[in-house]
Design a protein around this ligand. Structure first.
Ligand SMILES: Nc1ncnc2c1ncn2[C@@H]1O[C@H](COP(=O)(O)OP(=O)(O)OP(=O)(O)O)[C@@H](O)[C@H]1O
Ligand SMILES: [Mg+2]
Length: 259
């Protein structure tokens, strides 16, 4: 299941993502303003910050949905994201989950995972081929990871909101991305679902490089552990450090946590 290394991606310097001096202007308004941020291979990085800080726009830049006005963005040392299409970036190994789940509701849980695997751009199209035992094993292991084993024959449309979110994470994992971007994965989840999502992410730790944007500070504390948390504000990094450090930072309290 480890997708830390994929042929073609050069991470010899240890970073999987380098954003350098990125600015994104919308009609003169700087949604991202000289942003610098690096993510190491295998890191689980949490990004927090107030509404409008530029968190989603940053993910749009990483995935090629929005072009930076200036600055450089690299995936590993060799993929210059500014020169790639969204399709090429996904193919190179960056997977993104949007806030609203987009599973195939009229298909079963199993079929959703199967479809995700068969839509993997790296493999020859095999839509009508039978699954190999290796592929079946992979689906079974993802089903356990996303807590939907035993529910594989249910229609995805009948799942709870939280289960749909997990299924979508499972669909992302089928394509073995090296870098996973999750934008507010626990928004709208029950407390129990949020706790299970934290467990899920803790199980993925070290197997993929992961960037998680969240407003739920309890959840962020669960998954950040001793790792780095980045606070964005007005399109730039306001603070970066362990969760306890950023929570004690006066500037962070002023613009975000204290409100
Ligand atoms: N396509 C666009 N055109 C104009 N302004 C935009 C566009 N996309 C985002 N913005 C603006 O850029 C700023 C950053 O938005 P962004 O969605 O990145 O914030 P965010 O940190 O994700 O906020 P939230 O926590 O509410 O999701 C906001 O002021 C937003 O209105
Ligand atoms: Mg956002």
């Amino acid at each position: 299941m480890s997708a830390l290394k994929r042929e073609g991606l050069d991470t010899t310097h240890g970073a999987i993502l380098y954003l350098s001096d990125i600015t994104v202007s919308f009609d003169g308004f700087r949604a991202i303003n000289k942003l610098n941020l690096d993510i190491s291979v295998g890191e689980l990085r949490c990004i927090i910050g107030p509404n409008g800080a530029g968190k989603t726009t940053m993910m749009d830049v990483i995935t090629g949905k929005t072009r930076p006005t200036s600055g450089t963005a690299f995936f590993g040392q060799n993929y210059d994201l500014a020169t790639m299409t969204e399709y090429e970036i996904a193919h190179a190994g960056i997977g993104r989950k949007f806030q609203r789940p987009t599973v195939f509701e009229q298909h079963t849980v199993f079929e959703n995972l199967e479809l995700a695997m068969k839509m993997d751009k790296r493999v020859r199209p095999t839509l009508f081929a039978r699954l190999t035992s290796e592929q079946e094993d992979k689906i079974a292991s993802i089903l356990r990871l996303i807590r939907l084993n035993g529910q594989e024959d249910r229609l995805a449309g009948l799942l709870s909101h939280g289960q749909k979110q997990w299924l979508e994470i499972g669909m992302l994992l089928m394509q073995e991305p090296q870098l996973i971007l999750l934008d507010e994965p626990v928004a709208g989840m029950s407390d129990a679902e949020t706790a299970r999502t934290a467990e899920l992410l803790n199980e993925l730790r070290g197997k993929h490089s992961i960037m998680v944007v969240e407003h739920d500070m309890g959840f962020v504390t669960e998954i950040a552990q001793q790792g780095k948390v980045t606070v964005l504000h007005e399109g730039s990094v306001l603070a970066e450090g362990r969760m306890d450090q950023v929570q004690a930072d006066e500037r962070v309290i002023d613009v975000y946590l204290g409100r």
